[in-house]
Design a protein around this ligand. Structure first.
Ligand code: ASC
Length: 150
């Protein structure tokens, strides 16, 4: 019982700690976010293949992929800890931190669009999925255009 209480207390502590404190080193945060995005992109891309007619439309598969995208969309942003900008293609620009409110806003917009995409997959309607996929992809791109080195 006491162990359970300690475990519960620790779990509560970790969920309320600031993002940086959840990683031992900045490199760990970089590794974490670089692991999260490809999983999100893989499952998002499977819906995209259907939306763009490169794969047959399968509403149940689209919904299963969207569920993963929604969960993954919550993860990468804790990995954007101070001092981890870069200059190479694909790395975050320094304005992630100097314009953090805007960055967070675009992240939130993407998270909202993938929730809408998930809802669309549940209708089983191809046109709705296609439309919602386009909006979600646009939200990804908007953040990349503003905050990711080209
Ligand atoms: C994807 C993917 C992204 C976004 C972006 C949209 O499928 O991996 O990063 O869509 O390319 O423009």
């Amino acid at each position: 019982m006491q162990r359970l209480l300690i475990a519960a207390t620790l779990a509560g502590l970790f969920t309320t700690l600031p993002a940086a404190a959840q990683f031992q080193k900045p490199e760990d945060a970089v590794k974490y976010r670089k692991a999260a995005y490809p999983v999100m992109a893989t499952h998002f891309g499977r819906i995209g293949a259907m939306a763009q007619g490169r794969a047959p439309f399968d509403a149940a598969a689209a919904a299963a992929n969207a569920e993963i995208v929604v969960e993954m969309s919550k993860l990468p942003f804790a990995g954007f800890v101070e001092g981890t900008s870069g200059t190479e293609k694909g790395t975050p620009k320094p304005n992630v931190w100097s314009e953090r409110a805007k960055f967070d806003e675009l992240a939130k917009k993407m998270q909202e669009e993938v929730v809408k995409l998930q809802a669309a997959t549940k209708t089983g309607n191809f046109d709705q999925v296609k439309g919602a996929f386009g909006n979600a992809a646009g939200a990804c791109k908007n953040c990349h255009d503003n905050f990711r080195n080209q």
